[in-house]
Design a protein around this ligand. Structure first.
Ligand code: LLP
Length: 424
């Protein structure tokens, strides 16, 4: 008997199910590849966060970039969460899902004038401003709209979150935020601007963080700054500590829980009297999702055994670009195991889902599930090699719903078709 991956993805009658829906049933009805998410896994995580932080006034703003599917955003909205956004497109989707602008925070080093204006008009809770130049432009744009833009300054506390360098964001050499020692100056500047209202302070140190101690270091630095600002007559109402909590990618991983984060943060923030804003992305949705694919061919070369599947780096980029590990399991387990490279159909050597992996001896037509793919999976996918993106499915107990249809070829050519009418 194969061991279960989680409460939400487990073997029933020797076949992998999401909650109470066998993955093979979904494959039969809609084909492969597809992303599948467990609604219960998302709801349970949200509950865990809410309970962990129930001692202080907290707003959880889901990091939309992790998975911006409208139906996922709707689940999040119905639980009363807000959204952390990084683009006009994410703002549009968050609003479409019904998330109140009063619960939206907007980060990003490169917000365009159009995006700033859009968010000014929506009167969002806070722009997490990343430079003095952005403050100047935002002030002008808000002025034209005769509105005040609420802001928090994103400070860079220079702590090492001990994660992959591509997803460490709080170090001095990173492009994000304003260095903590220059923040007072930036706040004073913000105070001098007529159409800017200072409401908070923001930091985000990185992602897939497996040890909560860097949070303590960062928050202590930020709260120290908050005290200094008070002395300058600058009072804040919230502290936004970003997202970043890690998840389980390997069976043996033991990521920190929301409670572990709360245990160190709540006492610190409680003393400050500030409202807390959190921006979890991966930890809310990552383990709730899997990417299900089918074996197209197997190939036994002298050096290696290859399992070639119908999904690749276009659907799940993380293994290719971060060398990230995603656990892969057979939907119907086999006795015999092999060591194989599990690769996609894309014309790139870097198109792999796993290298030298011990896995069931899968054959043409067999289904497999790539686990912990709920975050930064579908959201980072592309149409490379003109491949339609995988569709997405939400499971609720024993039913499932397609929440993103499979793209077809006509959809893919739509933005280019008009040009064919004229001469090139
Ligand atoms: N807030 C800000 C300002 C962020 O930049 C991020 C993620 C989050 C919140 C959410 O962090 P989370 O709770 O999901 O760790 N593509 C990479 C991850 C990039 C994360 C970027 N920022 C990956 O696949 O691992």
């Amino acid at each position: 008997m194969e061991s279960n991956w989680s409460k939400y993805f487990s073997y029933k009658h020797n076949e992998l199910s999401c909650e109470n829906v066998p993955l093979s049933k979904i494959a039969e009805e809609i084909g492969t590849p597809f992303y599948v998410y467990s609604k219960k896994a998302i709801l349970d995580k949200i509950k865990e966060y809410k309970e962990a932080f129930s001692d202080i006034d907290t707003l959880i703003c889901y990091a939309t970039k992790a998975n911006p599917n409208l139906s996922i955003l709707k689940v999040v909205k119905e639980e009363g969460l807000g959204a952390d956004i990084v683009s006009g497109g994410e703002l549009f989707k968050a609003r479409k899902a019904g998330i109140s602008p009063k619960k939206i925070v907007y980060a990003g080093v490169g917000k365009t004038d159009f995006e700033l204006d859009y968010a000014v008009r929506e009167e969002i809770l806070a722009f997490n401003v990343e430079s003095k130049e952005e403050l100047t432009v935002l002030n002008e744009i808000a002025g034209k709209r005769k509105k005040k833009a609420r802001i928090a300054i994103r400070v860079n506390p220079d702590v090492d979150p001990k994660t992959h360098p591509y997803i460490s964001t709080g170090l001095k050499k990173s492009k994000f935020g304003i260095d903590i020692d220059e923040a007072i100056d930036a706040y004073k500047f913000a105070k001098s601007l007529e159409n800017i209202e200072i409401v908070g302070i923001h930091c985000h140190i990185g992602s897939q963080i497996m040890d909560v101690s860097p949070y303590k270091e960062a928050i202590e630095k930020v709260l120290n700054l908050v005290e200094k600002l008070k002395k300058e007559g600058i009072e804040l109402s919230h502290i936004d500590i970003g997202g970043g909590l890690g998840i389980r990618y390997r069976p043996e991983d033991t990521p920190p829980k929301p409670k572990d984060l709360a245990d160190i943060i709540v006492p610190l923030v409680k003393n400050s009297g500030l409202k807390l804003v959190l921006e979890p992305g991966r930890s809310l949705i990552g383990e709730a999702g899997a990417l299900v694919s089918k074996v197209l061919f197997t190939k036994n070369k002298k050096e290696k055994h290859f399992i070639i599947i119908d999904t690749g780096m276009n659907d799940l980029m993380r293994p290719s670009i971060y060398n990230a590990y995603h656990h892969i399991i057979a939907v119907k387990p086999k006795e015999k195991k092999v060591v194989a490279d599990i690769v996609g159909p894309i014309c790139e050597t870097g198109d792999f889902l796993a290298l030298d992996r011990e896995i069931d001896d899968l054959k043409r037509g067999d289904l497999l599930a790539i686990m912990s793919a709920g975050a930064y999976g579908a959201s980072m996918s592309s149409n490379y090699n003109v491949r339609p993106r995988a569709c997405e499915v939400l499971v609720d107990n024993d039913t499932f719903k397609v929440i993103r249809e499979r793209e077809d070829y006509n959809y893919l050519i739509k933005p280019e078709e008009k040009a064919l009418e004229g001469e090139v």
